[in-house]
Design a protein around this ligand. Structure first.
Ligand code: C2E
Ligand code: CA
Ligand code: CA
Length: 794
């Protein structure tokens, strides 16, 4: 822009030189001439002062009457005088009030306009100056047009440069108003010239005319400017009406820069000290540690406070490169804008808070509050989403993990400890999971891990193994070490049925694991009977108890040497009307949880005792073993109930063996001690079931003297391949011998197992090798049939 001004100054200086040389040929030689020149200079100076103001950024532009004065001057005086008087007049009118560069620009521009216009009159030759009224209007009009166009051509590029708008757009801006202005000033010029021609004494009428026209015109301009300003303010505040804080701040900065023609705008928020800075084209800085501004000049700060000044959110700063004053209207606009920005910021902050709360709710809805793992719903949703967008790359599988004996932890150590166990288990699972896995707590002591993008189905088993291994080391509950055992079920995503079916299959697999006495089982369609998960829901259990749907099968316990049957274990079965026979491991937990345990236990005990009575009547006086839930041992009325059933069926107490599972409950609680002592003192025999797997310890045995140990099936299964299993069996047998306990091996499935057990000194066993669990009548028939001609042997 500076370069442009210098060019103009150079051009103007040339023209002034030419005019000076011409004026030397035709110097003012009379007093009249001197008055004319002086009047010209004063008129131009006045015309420079009376003007319409337009501020763009820190630069203010003025539209003045100078070209009117030039045209009038040309009608009454030699062109060279007019050019020189114009330069001089503009200098007088502006020198004290404007910056030097602007004075230079003003003088140069008007000198050039005067020069150009003067040249035009010279081209008109003798027709100029016009004398007839028609000529005055026509020629004056032409000359005036030249002056006006020259004025625009010189001014507009500079304004466009300063305001960074395209020249053409700047030219079109307010074109109508400018044309109207030209018209008005042209009329003034014509009127003045006519008056001078008719009678110069009328000249005093000219200034009032000019003044009133000027006032009318500039009030039009002001109205127009104001209208546009309000519209822009309305648009700007509208644009602030968004809920995203970033967008509010960006919009505020760019719109304010535009609205107030500021060189830089900055919004500083009190909360968090965030500063957003920029100008009309965009944001230059957004952060909390702004560098000092590059715009050095006037700063106008406005507090961001609401109408009621109740809140103070921060400050809006306008920066100008030069010494700018805002008009009253602009100050009002600024306050209005700041207030709208305050509202917008407050709304955006409120919205962000709402969004945060909604997020937190969404998180809570999909996560388990205790362990912070995903919950069942989230697992189902994520799994469903994953299965429906079926990834070509890899297999999806689900591992279901169920803690054994968790209820006893809760019952004996309290819910606080139970929660601790769950939290620590969750941590271990999370630690053992891969980034792709989704670990969830389904409720209670049931966990699930969704394995995604597995390279092959077989990998699922390894990963499940790793997950369960993570639970292997004892947990530390405030210094107390507790072992958790868990069972796992693995299922690979089926082709149909989606997530619900996947979950069901993993569930089936988990029960298969429990039943088979394994830590982990993989879903096998062959062993899947029906959807039993639902059975434990709804009102199924009370009906099952009421309708005697629970029955008992009996598995004989035999002498491993002779095959003679020495007892029978009662094993519960659920004859479900639609689902058929259901294994105990699938409903026992639900029964224990339901409050129906006493009724269930009594029904089983009754049937066992009835069966024993029938066998005795048939000549086989066998003790019957009945499994007891740990929960029953927490019930002080349990011994009374057992003894009452024995009396009712007229059986001596030593015909009943109660099989207890080694649990935390057995080891920790006084009530258990009392219940067991009472049973034992009244002659009932006690067996420790699943010996070797649980919380067993010798101290337990010394405190609760039992009559019998049952070696868990897993050791029998593994004894031929795993030396550790054989070692456990051997030491159990040693223990049995030294404490004078009967030892029964469970799960004897093969002849080699039987022989090996017998050789180790194990006298009794049960298992599929001898018989599967049978209804009482079928067992009696088998006893009567006998083996090798010996009734009572298998
Ligand atoms: P348990 O007391 O260890 O019972 C032995 C389980 O092993 C029975 O499973 C039986 O059918 C199975 N079994 C027997 N011989 C073999 C064999 O050679 N190979 C294999 N693989 N398995 C064999 P069942 O009947 O499904 O019972 C499972 C568990 O349910 C029982 O384990 C017991 O803890 C519990 N249970 C059964 N009936 C009752 C009951 O009336 N009350 C309570 N509280 N628990 C019961
Ligand atoms: Ca048992
Ligand atoms: Ca057992």
């Amino acid at each position: 822009m500076r370069g442009l001004v210098y060019t103009l100054v150079l051009g103007a200086a040339t023209i002034a030189l030419v005019a000076f040389l011409a004026a030397r040929q035709q110097p003012p030689d009379s007093v009249r001439d001197l008055v004319t020149v002086a009047t010209l200079v004063v008129t131009v100076a006045l015309a420079t002062v009376i003007k319409t103001r337009l501020r763009i950024r820190s630069t203010t532009f003025y539209f003045a009457w100078v070209e009117t004065a030039i045209v009038i001057g040309l009608a009454v005086a030699p062109p060279s005088w007019v050019v020189l008087a114009t330069g001089l007049g503009v200098a007088c009118g502006s020198i004290t009030r404007l910056a030097p560069i602007k004075v230079a620009f003003a003088i140069a521009k008007h000198t050039l306009v005067a020069g150009g216009t003067a040249a035009t009159t010279l081209l008109l030759g003798t027709a100029w100056p016009p004398r007839e009224p028609i000529g005055i209007v026509m020629l004056l009009g032409f000359v005036y047009l030249v002056a006006a166009v020259l004025d625009d051509v010189l001014a507009i590029p500079v304004i466009a440069l300063a305001s960074r708008t395209p020249i053409l757009r700047q030219f079109r801006n307010d074109l109508d108003l400018r044309i109207a202005g030209f018209g008005v000033r042209f009329l003034v010029a014509v009127a003045t010239v006519l008056i001078l021609r008719i009678d110069p004494r009328l000249l005093p009428a000219v200034p009032p005319l000019v003044l009133s026209l000027h006032l009318a015109y500039s009030s039009r301009i002001r109205t127009r400017t104001e209208q546009q300003a309000w519209q822009r303010l309305a648009r700007a505040t509208d644009a602030l009406n968004v809920v995203d804080l970033d967008q509010v701040l960006t919009t505020a900065v760019t719109e304010a820069a535009e609205l107030f023609s500021a060189d830089e705008v900055e919004v500083e928020l009190r909360e968090g000290g965030r500063v957003v800075r920029g100008s009309a084209p965009g944001i230059a800085y957004d952060g909390t540690a702004p560098p000092s501004s590059e715009v050095d000049g006037r700063i106008m700060p406005v507090a961001l406070e609401g109408h009621d000044r109740a809140d103070d959110l921060g400050v809006l700063r306008l920066r100008f490169a030069g010494p700018v004053e805002l008009s009253e209207r602009e100050q009002y606009t600024l306050r209005t804008f700041a207030s709208a920005l305050c509202t917008a910021v407050r709304n955006a902050q409120a919205y962000a808070e709402l969004a945060r709360i909604a997020d937190a709710h969404a998180y809570a809805a999909t996560h388990d509050a205790l362990t912070d793992l995903s919950n069942r719903r989230h697992l189902l949703d994520e799994g469903t989403a994953h299965l429906t967008t079926r990834h070509a790359d890899g297999v999806t599988a689900l591992v279901l993990i169920d803690l054994n004996h968790f209820k006893e932890v809760n019952d004996t150590l309290g819910h606080g400890a139970g929660d601790q166990v769950l939290i620590q288990v969750a941590e271990r699972l999370r630690g053992a999971a891969r980034p792709d896995d989704l670990v969830a707590r389904l409720g209670g002591d049931e966990f699930a891990v969704l394995l995604r993008a597995l390279p092959a189905p077989a990998v699922a088993a390894h990963r499940a193994e790793a997950l369960l291994t993570a639970l292997h080391d004892p947990l530390d509950l405030d210094g107390m070490r507790i072992s958790v055992e868990a069972s796992g079920g693995i299922a690979v995503a089926p082709a149909t049925g989606g997530m619900a079916e996947l979950l069901r299959r993993a569930d089936v697999a988990m029960y298969q694991a429990k039943r088979a006495g394994q830590r982990i089982a993989t879903y096998a369609a062959a062993r899947d009977t029906a959807d039993l998960g639902r059975l434990t829901l709804g009102g199924e259990l009370p009906r099952a108890v009421a309708d005697h749907e629970f029955t008992v099968n009996f598995q004989p316990i035999v002498d491993l040497a002779s095959g003679e049957v020495t007892g029978a274990e009662a094993l519960a079965r659920w004859h479900h009307p639609t689902h058929g026979l259901i294994d105990p491991l699938r409903f026992l937990e639900a029964v224990e949880r339901s409050g129906l345990l006493p009724a269930f236990a009594e029904a089983i005990l009754d049937q066992a005792l009835i069966a024993a009575g029938t066998w005795r009547d048939a000549g086989f006086d066998l003790p019957v073993s009945v499994n007891v839930s740990p929960r029953s041992l927490l019930d002080a009325r349990f011994p009374g109930a057992v003894l009452a059933r024995l009396r009712a069926h007229d059986l001596p107490p030593d015909r009943l063996v109660l099989e207890l599972t080694e649990t935390l409950t057995l080891s920790q609680l006084d009530v258990v001690d009392r219940v067991l002592s009472r049973l034992r003192d009244s002659g009932v025999r006690l067996a420790l079931d699943d010996f070797g797997t649980g919380y067993s310890s010798l101290s337990l045995l010394s405190r609760i003297p039992v009559h019998e140990l049952k070696i868990d099936r897993s050791f029998v299964t593994a004894m031929e391949t795993a030396p550790e299993a054989a070692a456990v069996i051997r030491s159990t047998l040693d223990l049995g011998r030294s404490l004078d306990l009967t030892v029964v091996a469970e799960g004897v499935e093969s002849e080699p197992q039987r022989r090996a057990l017998w050789e180790l000194g194990c006298a009794a066993g049960q298992g599929h090798l001898f018989a599967r669990p049978l209804p009482a009548g079928a067992l009696l028939a088998a006893l009567q049939r006998g083996a090798g001609g010996r009734p009572g042997a298998l």
